[in-house]
Design a protein around this ligand. Structure first.
Ligand code: SF4
Length: 295
């Protein structure tokens, strides 16, 4: 969640999607929004199951405006199906790419469950995955594009969530599992959650056993100071343990502050230097993990 820039499906004919447009509210649909992804050099169809801007965590770097605690209201599955079908139709069979997407990015890369809150907190999550599977098949896209779940992972112990994630594995699925810090204090400070790091590690383990999974971490400076050495060491120790335990993790997605936080702490946060992130990435690689950095 909070990583996909969004763009309106109902934008003026002359407007092109670009990677700088991050306003999910301009989409014109409730659940679905198209995005041009710089990293993938293509279009991602975002699915936002949290149109009420409610999340069970409150990360200090979160880009969701007016974020509140909680979960989503009941998902209108018929509306979600209509919106996703229309978006796929426009992209696959219509002139959406020609009208809206820069020429060098005219390829559909993925559908991403990435919204204004935690997607797996929707009770309909497993049914949403089934629906996406049905629509991928209807447009002959099964296995040809990725299905990405961007999650804080906090509900991965729930059987309903596991059922959905298991279904994703058959749909070229991939989980991006948030693990920003590996101490209680760090999780409290960064994600404003009482989550116990050991329990979160167990959830990560569950995810990796069900579907290809990347760990996703955001690093930033607070009041001008980078994360302290002990915090970084704890996070690296977690990755060392995952390697020792042979967790089938794909690797680490290491993020800087890509966009401005919409939370009260926003003015206290700042970007770390590229050198800082690269040095950390080198330490992760030394543990035997792949790393992708995003600034
Ligand atoms: S998990 Fe964090 S970053 Fe993602 S929507 Fe919730 S508060 Fe925002």
């Amino acid at each position: 969640m909070c990583q996909n820039p969004a763009m309106p499906a109902t934008a003026p004919q002359s407007a092109e999607l670009d990677t700088r447009n991050h306003d999910r509210d301009r989409v014109g649909m409730t659940y679905v929004y198209p995005v041009v992804s710089r990293r993938a050099r293509g279009v991602s169809i975002g699915v936002n199951l949290n149109p009420n801007n409610a999340c069970n965590w409150r990360c200090v770097y979160c880009q969701v405006p007016n974020l509140t605690r909680g979960g989503p209201p009941a998902i209108d599955m018929a509306q979600l199906e209509r919106e996703l079908r229309q978006m796929l139709q426009d992209i696959v069979e219509g002139d959406f790419m020609a009208r809206m997407v820069p020429q060098d990015m005219r390829r559909l890369n993925d559908i991403a469950l990435s919204g204004n809150g935690e997607p797996t907190s929707a009770g309909e999550f497993p049914r949403v995955i089934e629906l996406i599977g049905e629509l991928l098949a209807a447009f002959d896209l099964t296995g040809r594009i990725k299905l990405v779940l961007i999650t804080n992972g906090s509900l991965m112990h729930k059987s309903k969530v596991q059922a959905g994630v298991r279904g994703m594995a058959d749909l070229n699925g991939e989980i991006w599992f948030k693990f920003d810090r590996a101490t209680r204090g760090g999780l409290q400070m960064v994600n404003d959650t009482e989550t116990d790091p050991e329990r979160h590690y167990q959830r990560l383990k569950i995810a990796t056993g069900l579907c290809p999974t990347w760990m996703q971490t955001c690093m930033f400076a607070l009041d001008g100071n980078p994360p302290d050495g002990a915090e970084v060491d704890a996070w690296l120790a977690l990755l060392a343990r995952a390697k020792a335990e042979d967790l089938p993790l794909r690797g680490v997605l290491l993020y800087g502050l890509a966009r401005d936080s919409k939370q009260p702490e926003a003015t206290r946060l700042s970007r770390l230097s590229e050198d800082w992130l690269r040095a950390l990435a080198a330490r992760v690689e030394a543990l035997g993990w792949r790393v992708q950095i995003s600034y």
